[in-house]
Ligand binder design. Sequence first.
Ligand SMILES: C[S@@+](CC[C@H](N)C(=O)[O-])C[C@H]1O[C@@H](n2cnc3c(N)ncnc32)[C@H](O)[C@@H]1O
Length: 413
Amino acid sequence: MAGSALDTVSADEARARLADQLLAGRWITSPAVEAAFRRVPRHLFATGVGIDAAYADDVVITRRGPDGRATSSISAPWLQAYMLEQARPAPGARVLEVGSGGYNAALIADVVGTDGTVVTVDIDADVTDRARTGLDRAGYRQVTVVHGDGEYAHPPAAPYDAIIVSVETPDLPPAWLDQLTPAGVLIVPLRIRGMTRCLTLRRHEDHLLATAALQCGFVPMQGDGRQPTRRLALRGDDIVVTLDDTTTTGVNPDALASALHSPRREAWSPVTITMHEGSSFESLHLWLASQQRPFGTLAVDRERAAGLVDPQDRFVCPTLLTAHSFAYLAIRKLDDTTWQFGTHGFGPDADTLTTDMLNLITVWDDHHRHGPGPTITVHPTGTHPPTPDGPQLLVTRRHTTITVTWPNSGEPR
Ligand SMILES: C[S@@+](CC[C@H](N)C(=O)[O-])C[C@H]1O[C@@H](n2cnc3c(N)ncnc32)[C@H](O)[C@@H]1O
């Protein structure tokens, strides 16, 4: 039972272990954030799961919608540590968190200290009730918990030195910028053509410039800022292509579903990757998404789709499209440490799409894989991104234009 003497001891041990793990993984890099993780009792917020699950370096789902999908969770500790380190609020800082749960707000409150201000806002009254209860039990009564739509932030306590958004958003609503101090930082999981990147954004001239970007996943924004994606279920929920931009039009869901009955065209690239701890190729995903052509992301039930559709990533796999065909990124193991990139295509245009995919993988490998990665900016409506001198993706949302600009690669190697 939570709260027993035995539980308190094991919670203290589990919490110390988690902090050690986050330090070793370099997710925690500052003494203030380390102290917060060592102090704040996560199990008081992760009610309904045992101590082990509460202190695992993993997400704890706390609420699901009628369709069974998660609508609220306590984010994974590595991601909370990353966001807090990126925000680095100083003692006495004013911080707004969009999307509550209580635990993360307590971590922030611990870092900014009693002279600081922490406001956390959630659209779901059940979540704010639970957050309030957890914060009171854990001794963080100074945190203000607000039930409302985070799209509008929380003017009474503005301006904020940092706004930490803990829900996936397709856009930056004007209120976040209006309520951010001139030197403030915005940490936000921004959805860019179906890919979510946790961006660290600061003001730069008339726009915001990302100084860091990390692949992540969050529950999607509800309320007035909701901009739903288009979901093409090709075989029930087992195989789903998601479209996240208004430029991808003319894709025929029935034709894509029928394409699954055509033979799978496989093509393999000479580009390989050595898998070791920390190896990442998230820039390949963003590079594929950055092409000015119809694009979607594929999600599959790995077991039920196996043998037919085997994407490199079962949740968010880059997929090139035509009206009747698709080809997604694939990967296969060559030996204990080496994996090879490739693609599987379906439908009448499978040859073209798989050839294009291999060419794009080669360009990424030649020019972008070991480079600085793209520059990501967010331009509020009314400001205009300059003409790029390299390949660029533009995503036009209601309030902003997002740009992803790759360094000019010059001649192929
Ligand atoms: C991942 S959870 C937040 C986790 C939390 N920060 C923690 O302590 O780990 C995302 C939350 O965002 C909330 N949410 C979704 N849309 C929102 C909106 N428009 N305004 C405020 N909260 C929203 C959901 O209800 C959900 O509770």
